[in-house]
Design a protein around this ligand. Structure first.
Ligand code: SME
Length: 169
């Protein structure tokens, strides 16, 4: 692999955050060049995000096995809940609505599933391919209100770079 790992990104200002996500997106495009295996790509994406996006305590995928339940997929961080029904938690809400879930304080989200009591805020993005939900990508932070719309936007674009390079069958 001829790709240099990027260091922890600077997201300390809105301007720095925008530049950081551009770098993350270009890193994602290089990382997935020539590899279309979904398991490898989801694993690499989790590692890329966890090791370059600051202030996270968990980053990874829950895979949609059927239209009712998510199952734990490739991730980085502490061991986590394995199965999440669509009617439970922040991940379930994302799977059910196919909408980005940006939760500034997980304690105020009804039904939040606390896999790690250190988590205080959360961002969950749907992975929809050809109109079908394949997975959700979940990021947790130990800081309150860690995520904003710039994170949602930047991370969605990085995720799209991975999705465009991946075969799901
Ligand atoms: N907090 C999530 C569960 C997954 S863990 O955070 C890794 C939820 O409420 O769906």
């Amino acid at each position: 692999m001829d790709i240099e790992p990027i260091p922890m990104l600077d997201m300390s200002s809105a301007k720095a955050k925008r530049a950081a996500y551009e770098l993350l997106q270009s890193q994602a495009r290089s990382l997935f060049e020539g590899e279309r295996d979904w398991l490898a790509n989801l694993s690499q994406f989790s590692a890329l995000v966890f090791n370059s996006v600051p202030d996270l305590n968990w980053a990874g995928f829950y895979v949609a096995r059927d239209d009712r339940t998510l199952v734990l997929g490739p991730f980085q961080g502490k061991v986590a809940c394995v199965r999440i029904p669509f009617d439970k938690g922040v991940c379930g809400a994302c799977a059910r609505t196919l909408e980005v879930q940006l939760v500034e304080d997980v304690h105020s989200f009804p039904g939040h599933i606390a896999c790690d009591s250190a988590s205080r805020s959360e961002l969950v993005l749907p992975v929809v391919v050809g109109g079908r939900l394949r997975a959700v990508f979940d990021m947790d932070s130990p800081s309150l209100a860690r995520f904003d719309s710039e994170d949602a936007h930047g991370m969605t674009a990085a995720l799209h770079a991975m999705v465009a390079a991946t075969n799901w069958e």
